[in-house]
Design a protein around this ligand. Structure first.
Ligand SMILES: O=C(O)CCC(=O)C(=O)O
Ligand SMILES: [Fe+2]
Length: 571
């Protein structure tokens, strides 16, 4: 009995022996046992915190936050929500952190309206009590974000600002998921005005500035592509939805009368001349060389498509703005003459805005050969071929609503289509295929309204909740509560958006902790809509019989989305 001094030590020793025996017997792995032990400790702490709360032994806000974060660790988000929402309902002046965590959990739970009310409340309270910050240099902003002050005042201020920045950020994402990019960018711009030192708000501001405002010489005076200045629609080859897809939701975006079932268009002529294509490819290679030697993966995870964001390559920005203004926007105007709300894209398509622009490369020699079925979170999208068709085999864009037709384009030609259409990057079997991909929105046109992105899905989620709690109760044992099965069930969907170490969300990749496991969900995560699609980040991934491209089970999600969700996990 060496080293045993009192009853507590004795019990601890017995406990230790008990756990060790479980591992030694081979019945459980060390990892399973560690997890079970941690679970017990967390439960004990929850009980203690609850007792302290009753006895008024510590600041209530702190205790409530601690209880909620422990409940999250136990993978019981519904309990965390209950804890926070009850507290929120009972207290008129609720701590910022409590409101924010509750908003994030609602957001992740797809209760967007509830999340939105809380975020708006945080923003309004902040605005009442503060004045907009001034923009600081990156360094100064960083110091501010990590202050060291003994009495904690500055630290608390910084935390509150961070919370309000998060609230702005979430409000924007809620708008994106409702298919309202205009509103999202308005909120983010407002957030940037108030908190210009928040990195994510600053990034959104710069993106808008880049695509909507910045003009450099040569652009404004009309140099650049004029090849399709008037973009007559007869210069476009149109593809119509087939018999089986007459109810295609994407058609709802447009006047049925004028659109006549046409949802995909391919230019008959090249819109980017060869020298410009080469310039773009060179710029991307140069960018890759300057940034660690390889192309990045801006969006994807388990399907490792390689891509670069055009806004990150300065010389491509004016080029794309000119191409957009002179060619692509008028082309969209011609192809999609009348929207469902009776408006049009404006003279020469000047209501069209770039939401995102990527150069995407598929390479048969690495694993980036295809892209799973998804819908873009855009009202209109483009792919423009940058490489010659002779340089690859396979490839092109697959569209479900065209009866599974694959539309590929010769070098320099553009394919324009309605973003909500289900589509996929058809696999290449040889060579390299590089395309420019554009996600566009139409200023002031809330396309989500026409494809069912609107509305609170509380009912659906009350149901999901009961499933969640059932599964949680059913899986309290050591074995069953471990990562995969529970995470799957927690989603109530049998599929999950996981997050890998690099911050990309992946379908089918189940991460170890349940909390991480459904990181994607709230960000528009694994949302199943009427047509059985999932929405992740800015893309809506669909699962259906014809999901034959789901080879790599990849989601397309933004790293910035991941950044937001990790702040939720940070509690
Ligand atoms: O490879 C293609 O043609 C499709 C690409 C695509 O859909 C995307 O990047 O969103
Ligand atoms: Fe796409």
């Amino acid at each position: 009995m060496t080293g045993i001094l009192d009853a507590d030590d004795m019990l601890a020793k017995l406990d230790e022996d008990h756990w060790n025996a479980l591992v030694a017997s081979g019945e459980y792995t060390q990892k399973e046992v560690d997890k079970a032990r941690r679970k017990l400790a967390v439960r004990e702490e929850v009980s203690m915190c609850k007792a302290m709360l009753l006895m008024g032994l510590k600041a209530k806000d702190e205790l409530v936050l601690r209880i909620a974060s422990l409940q999250l660790e136990l993978e019981k988000r519904y309990l965390a929500i209950e804890t926070l929402s009850q507290y929120h309902a009972q207290h008129a002046h609720v701590n910022t952190q409590v409101s924010l965590l509750l908003a994030k959990l609602y957001f992740r739970d797809d209760k967007k309206n509830k999340a939105s009310v809380l975020c708006q409340e945080l923003v309004d309270l902040y605005k009442e009590a503060n004045t907009p910050d001034t923009e600081l240099t990156e360094d100064a902003a960083h110091t501010l974000a990590s202050p060291s002050d003994p009495d904690g005042y500055r630290q608390q201020r910084a935390k509150d600002k961070q919370a309000v920045a998060d609230a702005f950020y979430i409000l924007g994402w809620i708008a994106i998921h409702a298919g309202d990019h205009t509103q999202a960018y308005t909120v983010w711009e407002d957030g940037y005005t108030w908190l210009p030192n928040d990195k994510r708000l600053r990034k959104q501001h710069r993106k808008r500035y880049c695509w909507d405002q910045e003009r450099v010489q040569g652009e404004a005076d009309g140099k650049g592509q004029d090849g399709c200045a008037n973009a007559p629609v007869d210069e476009m080859e149109a593809f119509s939805v087939d018999e089986a897809h007459q109810a295609e939701l994407a058609l709802n975006l447009f006047s049925r009368r004028t659109q006549k079932n046409r949802v995909v268009f391919r230019s008959k002529k090249p819109i980017i001349p060869e020298d410009e294509r080469q310039m773009v490819l060179d710029a991307c290679e140069q960018f890759a060389a300057d940034n660690g030697g390889g192309w990045g993966t801006v969006r994807h995870c388990s399907v490792p498509t390689t891509d670069v964001a055009v806004e990150d390559i300065p010389i491509l920005r004016p080029w794309l703005r000119t191409l957009m203004r002179k060619c692509l926007a008028p082309m969209l105007r011609a192809c999609f003459p009348l929207l469902a709300d009776g408006t049009d894209l404006g003279p020469r398509g000047d209501r069209v805005r770039i939401h995102d622009a990527f150069v995407v490369r598929y390479d048969a020699a690495d694993r980036s050969v295809s892209l799973p079925t998804h819908s873009d979170t855009s009202s209109l999208s483009f792919t423009v071929a940058l490489t010659e068709q002779s340089g690859y085999e396979g490839g092109g864009t697959w569209f479900g609503a065209l009866g599974g037709k694959v539309v590929d384009a010769p070098a320099g030609h553009a394919v324009a289509f309605a973003g909500p259409l289900r589509h996929a990057g058809h696999p290449i079997s040889h060579g390299t295929r590089t395309i420019l991909v554009l996600f566009c929105y139409i200023e002031g046109f809330r396309y989500g309204k026409y494809v069912g992105f609107d509305g609170e899905d509380d009912l659906e989620h009350e149901h999901a909740h009961s499933e969640t709690s059932e599964s949680v109760h059913a899986f309290n044992g050591v074995r069953e509560s471990g990562g995969e099965s529970e995470t799957k069930r927690l989603n109530g969907l049998g599929m999950d958006g996981g997050v890998d170490k690099t911050g990309r969300c992946c379908d089918g990749v189940l991460s170890v902790s349940g909390v991480h496991g459904d990181v994607c969900r709230g960000v528009g995560g694994v949302k199943v809509d009427a047509s059985g699609g999932q929405m992740v980040g800015r893309k809506k991934k669909q699962c259906g019989d014809d999901d034959k491209y789901d080879v790599g089970k990849g989601y397309i999600v933004y790293n910035e989305t991941y950044e937001l969700m990790t702040t939720i996990d940070a509690k």
